[in-house]
Design a protein around this ligand. Structure first.
Ligand code: PA5
Length: 407
């Protein structure tokens, strides 16, 4: 994975401060240790799930579902997986009914995932599904030790797995939360973690990623008042859910009160998919207010060499230049052209991440790259990257409203 920055490097003092803070943080923030974890408990647990199970359903929301969904949707188009994975995240009744139409309950294993063990959306969906299919052996619960969900699971004698200590929801994709659903579908979690490890080692051991990530984070932090919107422009449909995961990670981690002032700060994430969004949002970046930075993601090898047919269309001969061109070449040329156009403007910060392919190793690397970048930027804009009081506030009010309507 290569990340080329087209903006100036920041001063060494800021970068040194950020690096030291992140190094120190490793001692108490759990996600840093996930790449080296022993996955044998997860792979052994997978053996318990009968081969007759064809579908895995994650019931969870936010950090409990988005990471696994990002990896699954990235890998699925290029692999034959052993099971299908579904995400029941929404209380939209039409969506719930439609998802249930796609699965046979007897051939499905449910993973109910909630760190807190009390999230309304998750339990509204769980209650409905459990009333349709009340065999506890068809459910595995993933939660923090001692949570109300763990206590409930014990009452029905269902299995409970734990999140590792000090791993927040949106940083949990490389823990049991993401690894179990992915492994149950035949995704190679060992290689996923190896990819994450490659970025971690490069960052902490003065590799290529150290300078790159520090320069990028320091630039974003220094200019956060002007360039407070960060667009991730990914040139592949398979990265659509990665963009959703990034939006949660960035938004929920970086939109806060500063720790040492009364100011509200934040960097606003936007996920875009090329070439589709060239024909919509791009106008706003190109000619709108100069408040956006853009990170492009390009895939070097799509592992699909489908070509545009070599036919000439009457009156459309101008498009003959497309003839015989592989689609993967075209999509990357589109990305390069948009990038060049933005760079010509001279006042839009641009960088490009080039990933080699759509495998597990790449997915793990991208995830850890973004987690590290989030931690670095959070440190430099002086926020607590790991809490989410704004999300919690909404949850509390909803629970009060629910209690009130019951009288
Ligand atoms: O990242 C977070 O902390 C949140 O997005 C949570 O993951 C989300 O609110 C779901 O919470 P829980 O896993 O406790 O059900």
């Amino acid at each position: 994975m290569i990340n080329k920055l087209y903006f100036p490097c920041s001063d060494n003092k800021t970068k040194q401060h950020a690096f030291e803070a992140i190094k120190a943080e490793q001692k108490h923030i759990g996600y840093y240790g996930l790449p080296e974890q022993d996955t044998s408990a997860i792979t052994n647990y997978c053996q318990k799930i009968p081969e007759t199970v064809e579908n895995i359903v994650v019931i969870g929301i936010g950090g409990s579902s988005l990471g696994a969904k990002a990896v699954y949707e990235f890998i699925r188009p290029v692999r034959t997986l052993t099971r299908r994975l579904f995400f029941f995240e929404s209380t939209d009744p039409v969506n719930l009914t439609a998802l249930l139409h796609d699965i046979v309950l007897d051939k499905t294993h449910f993973l109910v995932i909630s760190k807190s063990g009390t999230t309304v959306e998750t339990f509204a969906i769980y209650k409905y599904i459990y009333s349709l299919h009340n065999d506890p052996q068809s459910y595995t619960f993933i939660t923090d030790p001692g949570s109300p969900l763990e206590r409930y699971a014990h009452t029905i004698r269902a299995d409970v797995l734990h999140l590792p200590a000090n791993v927040g929801g949106r940083f949990s994709v490389l823990s049991t939360v993401g690894l179990l659903p992915l492994a149950l579908c035949g995704i190679d979690i060992h290689t996923l973690l190896k990819g994450a490890q490659s970025i971690k080692e490069s960052f902490f051991n003065a590799g290529y990623m150290q300078e790159t990530l520090l320069n990028k984070a320091a630039y974003y932090a220094k200019h956060h008042a002007q360039y407070h919107i960060n667009c991730l422009f990914a040139y592949s449909e398979s990265l659509k859910y990665f963009c959703e995961w990034y939006v949660q990670l960035w938004g929920e981690s970086l939109g806060k009160h500063q720790r040492h002032s009364a100011f509200h700060v934040g960097l606003t994430p936007i996920g875009l998919i090329g070439p589709k969004d060239q024909h919509s949002f791009l106008q706003l970046i190109m000619e709108g207010t100069r408040d956006k930075s853009v990170t492009f993601i390009k895939i070097e090898d799509f592992n699909d060499h489908t070509m545009i047919s070599d036919i000439s269309l009457p009156n459309l001969e101008i498009l003959d230049a497309l003839n015989g061109l592989p689609f993967e070449t075209l999509i990357n040329m589109q990305c390069d052209s948009v990038m060049e156009a933005l760079l010509n403007e001279k006042d839009i910060p641009v960088d490009v991440i080039t990933i080699p392919n759509t495998g597990e190793y790449t997915a793990g690397a991208l995830i850890f790259y973004y987690e590290l970048l989030t931690s670095l930027v959070g440190e430099l804009i002086d926020v607590n990257t790991y809490d989410q009081p704004g999300v919690e506030a909404g949850k509390i009010i909803l629970k009060e409203k629910l209690a009130a309507q019951k009288g």
